[in-house]
Design a protein around this ligand. Structure first.
Ligand SMILES: [Zn+2]
Length: 136
């Protein structure tokens, strides 16, 4: 299959930086008019855009997970904690009033082993019992 090629790699680089940095900080990206124009015209950039955004979002989630575990282990009151067979579960609600948050399970070995990371609701977290996510 033919691979589309970017028609203006300067604009491509600016799009990647804006999308990557914004999504990695958990923010929405906003593109300048000339970048939007390029996206509308460039088959390559419009194809890659969702992937750039996804990568940034994954980076953001990993950084968040890291912070949640660090705060949770220090006993921070904003982090809920639960002992599970698979390790220690930490949950921090999002600040958007959707009732959802990021849930992380680590095994408290040195170094810590990240077992699981997912978005779930506070209710789902509260309903988890010790046998949830058994180790294989
Ligand atoms: Zn392009």
């Amino acid at each position: 299959m033919r691979r589309p090629v970017c028609t203006n790699t300067d604009l491509e680089r600016r799009i990647i930086l804006e999308v990557g940095f914004s999504t990695a900080r958990g923010q929405n990206y906003s593109l300048a008019p000339e970048l939007l124009q390029h996206l509308a015209e460039c088959e390559s950039c419009s194809k890659w855009l969702p992937i750039w955004a996804e990568k940034g979002a994954a980076t953001y989630q990993t950084l968040q997970a890291d912070e949640i575990v660090r705060l949770g282990m220090a006993g921070h009151p904003g982090i809920r904690k639960k002992r599970l067979k698979a390790g220690t579960g930490f949950f921090r609600p999002f600040e958007d009033a959707t009732g959802r948050g990021l849930f992380v399970v680590v095994r408290e070995t040195a170094p810590l082993e990240l077992r699981r990371m997912e978005v779930m609701t506070i209710d789902s977290f509260e309903r988890l019992d010790e046998s949830a996510f058994p180790t294989k």
